[in-house]
Design a protein around this ligand. Structure first.
Ligand code: SF4
Length: 600
């Protein structure tokens, strides 16, 4: 039996599955493996999908299933795509009628399918799309567009808007992601642009692959110059090389070039960038101002009425701009908040030695069922409550001994550091998040680590709304006058670029005068339990006269004790990358796949 949904055109045997693993042969037909099963259904602004020229700032119900037909390195949704056996237990049966009711109850104007690939839940999505239209709701999706021509035409008949994710403009660029050729994507883009479906394109920008972006932009321009292009500055999630991340400066310079090819080019994943705004091409006035709101996600901060400029120019977009959508800001992880929370739990389970997908799936199922995930953010603001969450997962997985061992290691080191700095002077420390003027919120985990390490975190003296991605004024930073500046993220804004930024923008704090600016790389300061290494790294920076932790040795010991590998082997990406880790362990054990840890 041949599946003709996407260009892989898999042959599926009775009881067998295709490449995506989401369809199986049953009684001589091909059936969806998880029909009407969804992982997430939450309201969000359309900029979380993201779409930029479609009903700006309006509320949509964001839904996803699990699985993908691609294997993209650095996928932000790796839990849904690369690790779907672990997440099976977390998907919920939801009839299309129930989703429609939820969308209407929450006053959404439509439904957006994103985070994973609609091709792998094609029939489920079509059913939902049909019912959405019947109920006067807008419906659209984000897709890699590797659909066969026939099914893509069928998809277009069911939807109102689409975001096509492009990986490059060559077969080589697509082979990295497990596909064979790039041509079907551009064929489908052309079909979409010529239909009535509002079309936008998101293209990933990996360092060194500028040509792929330029060719992509030229190809889009040959179809229509007015198709908005969202440049996704590559973030090294999951199994990827940290060095593939371009700096924000380089990404902005590429966008300048792309803006000579297309009318609307936007830069994502780049806190503080002005290249996320829609500006008047005549006089440069911002018509819609947007901010960074998590990976692949933006939010509308301000706009001119109907995006019209005083000089007479009007931005072209579909629908209306929503004045007030009633939504809370999404926070640092944007639309991916729930998925990131599940990914963090999956990661913590790996630290507890749990790699068995059935057990992991059971834990995630329980977490979703009991709504434990709901206020996870506040539960993990302080080390003590973070350790309590570990105990909770350990109990569900039967890994209490491992949790106790981890707790002992972490608590012993915290107590030792905080006792040592008890009566010492506390240097003033400012913690920036990926951009020199974006301050970590004062109550966040990172700020607590600064205080444990014997610093005074000036971020807690900043009064502002809990909206991520907003920059603080230079004057305020000068008043706070930090002696040390820590920057999370290294390749977006390397310490040298941060220093240059401060000099050019009149920041005169002690830290700048004495060039005491440090990137927290390769250590983590939240999320995965190896933040304990991040704490030691911060202690070395704040009190070099007291602490001299040999991080290389300690990190290797820590990782060897838990995983049997050196820390350096991981070539760390932004988040703890459990998939990379499991692949390395499997390779070390000469296994094809990682199939469980035997040290239980
Ligand atoms: S959707 Fe694509 S990858 Fe999945 S079974 Fe069908 S042809 Fe294969």
């Amino acid at each position: 039996m041949q599946c003709e949904i996407c260009e892989f055109k898999c042959n599926i045997s009775e009881s067998g599955t295709g490449k995506c693993g989401m369809y199986e042969g049953s009684n001589g037909t091909i059936q969806e493996k998880y029909p009407d099963m969804y992982l997430v259904s939450v309201p969000a602004p359309i900029e979380a999908m993201p779409m930029v020229h479609y009903y700006p700032n309006s509320k949509f119900l964001q839904v996803c299933t699990i699985g993908c037909n691609f294997r993209c390195t650095g996928c932000v949704s790796w839990l849904l795509t690369e690790s779907k056996e672990s997440i099976e237990g977390a998907v919920k049966s939801l009839k299309p009628e129930e989703i429609i009711i939820k969308a209407k109850d929450l006053e959404c104007i439509g439904i957006m399918f994103c985070f994973n690939e609609p091709a792998v839940s094609f029939h489920t999505f079509k059913k939902l799309a049909k019912l959405a239209r019947e109920n006067n709701l807008l419906i659209g999706c984000a897709t890699n567009a590797y659909f066969s021509e026939k099914s893509f035409i069928e998809l277009l008949e069911h939807i109102d808007f689409i975001n096509i994710g492009i990986k490059g403009h060559s077969d080589d660029a697509y082979k990295i992601h497990g596909a064979m050729t790039y041509e079907p994507i551009f064929r489908n883009l052309e079909l979409s642009a010529k239909s009535n479906v509002h079309t936008e394109v998101a293209a990933v920008y990996i360092k060194g692959m500028e040509d792929e972006l330029i060719k992509t932009a030229k190809h889009i321009a040959s179809i229509s110059k007015s198709i908005p292009l969202q440049v996704m500055r590559f973030l090294p999630f999951c199994d990827t090389d940290y060095n593939d991340e371009p700096s924000i400066k380089d990404a902005e310079s590429l966008c300048r070039e792309l803006r000579t090819i297309l009318e609307s080019v936007y830069l994502f994943n780049s806190p503080g960038t002005e290249y996320l705004n829609s500006n008047c091409p005549e006089c440069g006035t911002p018509l819609i101002k947007r901010g960074f709101n998590g990976p692949m996600c933006s939010n509308v901060i301000d706009y001119k009425q109907e995006a019209k400029c005083e000089c007479g120019y009007s931005l072209s977009y579909t629908g209306n701009i929503c004045k007030e959508n009633g939504l809370e800001p999404l926070g640092y992880f944007g639309g991916y908040k729930n998925i990131m929370s599940l990914e963090n739990i999956r990661t913590i389970l790996a630290f507890l030695g749990e790699h068995d997908s059935k057990i992991i799936s059971g834990v995630l199922h329980e977490i979703i069922k009991t709504d434990y995930i709901k206020d996870l953010y506040s539960k993990t603001k302080k080390p003590e409550s973070y350790l309590d969450t570990i105990d909770h997962y350990a109990k569900l997985a039967g890994r209490e001994n491992e949790a106790n061992e981890l707790r002992n290691f972490i608590e012993t080191n915290i107590n030792s550091i905080s006792d040592t700095v008890k009566d010492k002077d506390r240097p003033r420390v400012y913690f920036a998040l990926n951009h020199p003027l974006i301050a970590v919120f004062g109550d966040k985990f990172e700020c607590n680590l600064v205080e444990i390490a014997g610093g005074y975190c000036v971020n807690k003296d900043i009064n502002r709304e809990e909206i991520p991605g907003i920059m603080i004024p230079v004057d305020l930073l000068n008043q706070l006058n930090p002696e040390i500046i820590l920057v999370y993220g290294s390749h977006g804004y390397p310490a040298s670029d941060v220093y240059q930024f401060y000099i050019e923008n009149g920041v005169e704090a002690e830290a700048v005068k004495n060039n005491k600016i440090f990137n927290i790389h390769p250590y983590h300061t939240a999320g995965s339990p190896d933040w304990i290494l991040g704490l030691m790294y911060i202690a070395n920076i704040i009190h070099p006269e007291i602490f001299n932790f040999d991080l290389t040795m300690i990190a290797d010991q820590f990782y060897n004790r838990i995983f049997g590998i050196d820390y350096s082997v991981l070539n760390h990406s932004r988040n703890f990358d459990v998939i990379r880790l499991e692949k390395i362990i499997a390779r070390q054990n000469n296994q094809d796949t990682f199939d469980g840890n035997s040290n239980k």
